[in-house]
Write a protein of this length. Structure first.
Length: 105
């Protein structure tokens, strides 16, 4: 969160550009991904950044999770090779295919 808010050692914007996409693991070790998402979506500058969560919520809870601020969810890959491929696909999707509403990019 310090990086996203440009705090501490990340104050210089040249050294800490905002990401174009945020991927959250819902089971992060220090801060639950759901908590991080709430903080991100509560910040006017950060909420515009598209976000996806890993792993996916249960199907019956899908729409509730999207209402919580996530733009999408994807299945967490099992292997490193699969993770690399997923990152490539997500990059193409979010940066080449998707058209965000005005003011959301």
């Amino acid at each position: 969160m310090e990086y996203l808010r440009r705090q501490g050692r990340y104050v210089d914007q040249k050294d800490a550009p905002l990401p174009g996409l945020i991927l959250l693991d819902l089971n992060m070790p220090r801060k639950d991904g759901r908590e991080a998402l709430k903080e991100i979506k509560a910040d006017p500058e950060l909420r515009r950044i598209p976000s996806s969560s890993l792993p996916p919520p249960r199907r019956r809870r899908h729409f509730a999770h999207l209402r919580s601020g996530r733009n999408s969810y994807v299945t967490k890959p099992v292997t490193f090779k699969s993770l690399v491929e997923l990152i490539k696909v997500l990059g193409r999707y979010w940066f080449e295919v998707v058209e965000l509403p005005p003011g959301e990019s």
